[in-house]
Design a protein around this ligand. Structure first.
Ligand code: PMP
Ligand code: GLU
Length: 423
């Protein structure tokens, strides 16, 4: 086979693959309701689109510096100061092709072959795959303290009594002398959890015990918080700032997923290495998208507030709706726009296992995959199996979609579950 080992091992992102499948079904005329993609349903605000148009008309359509234009780096630094009280100079900012690209580049800059990359579960689908691409060994730490090397085919079921938050004791269990990077993400995709500043400070105590471990702190949802405060780890533990890379971007906050602008903030030497990598691989992020991102950060913020208020209503709508379905347990998200209902109740019902053609002797392995396939085929509701996020018997649903779609999707799921439980 001509494929390289790395290419042969790589699977497509489950979140993107399932969203693409739902869109393809819609294109065939099927009435599919998609709760799969983590992407705001709002249009990009007009003034941002206008800035891109202006840039195009002004001929800002050529290469820019590979690591991004200095005006945008300055605006990113100002935004980090305003929202998090963080101080960075433009040379400590690299602009990338979305936050995903920034995370990948950070892993490139930090990880040597065989280094461990510690990833608390449940995790965003791309972290382990990216860590592996750069030669790292992804180690998954579950909230009950179980630590395992990542295997894309085996999601664990952590006792939900242990909750979805990483505690200092559990973090300590996952770290060792080989850990080069820890990837933290709050507000979390998929659970929507937010750490209090005190909880983050307690995690920082443990990180201080492992001076060789860097932190990639994915804070892409830090402006989408409905309960609590989402503080940046770098703001809570400034003494660790020289080994924290903060990731953020415009995709979620400004409904700009397709523009592909994200960034990393961190020590100048690492940021420079990330920029050099871009100069040899992608070159600059799209010139006009950079101007659009600049307008997003420096222009009026009222559309951000409007979208935030809408998400805040939907978070309750979806959690209440799902909690009324037998076998679902769903906490409302404190941040981001996802819920991660626990469906162990359904997995415990023999009629459901029979209907999904699952062998009860084999336990719950594959349950979330079978259930999401069933929901897509029978109820035409798309979502992502929890197993892709490292946790079986959970489902990830996005509420970045209209209340009408959420209401209809919940009704269809209730009907589908009722049929399933009857056997
Ligand atoms: N991190 C998390 C936790 C995400 O959910 C996403 C989803 N898009 C990203 C990073 C990547 O963002 P972007 O679209 O800017 O690449
Ligand atoms: N992050 C979003 C999600 O989890 C978008 C898809 C992706 O980038 O993987 O659905």
């Amino acid at each position: 086979m001509a494929l390289s080992r790395r290419a042969a091992e790589l699977r497509p992102s489950a979140t993107l693959a399932i969203s693409a499948k739902a869109n393809a079904m819609k294109a065939q005329g099927m009435d599919v309701l998609s709760l799969s993609a983590g992407e705001p349903d709002f249009d990009t605000p007009e003034h941002i689109k206008a800035a891109a148009g202006d840039a195009m008309k002004a001929g800002f359509t050529k290469y820019t510096p590979a690591s991004g234009i200095v005006e945008l780096k300055t605006a990113v630094a100002a935004h980090a100061r305003k929202t998090q009280g963080l101080e960075y100079e433009p040379k400590q900012v690299v602009i990338s092709v979305g936050a995903k690209h920034a995370i990948a580049n950070a892993l490139f800059a930090l990880v040597n072959d065989g280094d461990e990359v510690l990833i608390p579960a449940p995790f965003w689908v791309s972290y382990p795959a990216m860590a592996k691409l750069y030669g790292g060994v992804p180690r998954i730490i579950y909230t009950d303290g179980t630590a395992v090397l990542w295997d894309p085919d085996s999601a664990h079921l952590t006792p939900v009594e242990a909750g979805y938050k990483l505690t200092p004791a559990v973090l300590r269990k996952g770290l060792n002398a080989k850990t080069k990077v820890v990837i933290l993400n709050a507000p979390s995709n998929p659970t929507g959890i937010v750490y209090t500043p005190e909880e983050l400070a307690a995690l920082a105590v443990v990180l201080r015990e492992f001076p060789g471990a860097w932190v990639i702190s994915d804070e892409i949802y830090d402006c989408l918080v409905y309960a609590g405060i989402a503080k940046s780890l770098a703001a809570v533990a400034p003494d660790l700032k020289d080994r924290i890379i903060v990731i953020n971007g415009v995709s979620k906050t400004f409904a700009m997923t397709g523009w592909r602008i994200g960034w990393a903030l961190g020590p100048a030497a690492i940021i420079a290495a990330m920029g050099d990598y871009q100069s040899q691989t992608t070159s600059n992020p799209t010139s006009i998208a950079q101007k659009a991102a600049l307008a997003a950060l420096t222009g009026p913020q009222d559309s951000v507030a409007t979208m935030h208020a809408e998400f805040a209503k939907r978070r309750i709508l979806i959690a209440d709706g799902l909690n009324a379905i037998p076998g679902f347990r769903c906490a409302p998200a404190d941040g981001a726009f996802y819920v991660f209902p626990d469906v162990r109740g359904l997995a415990a019902m023999p009629a459901v296992l029979r209907a999904l053609k699952m062998d009860p002797a084999k336990g719950t392995k594959g349950f979330s995959g079978a259930l999401t396939t069933h929901f897509l085929e029978s109820a035409k509701v798309a979502m992502v199996p929890g197993a892709e996020f490292g946790l079986e018997c959970h489902l990830r649903m996005s509420f970045a979609t209209s209340p009408a779609v959420i209401t209809k999707a919940v009704a269809r799921l209730a009907e589908s579950v009722s049929a399933l439980t009857k056997g």
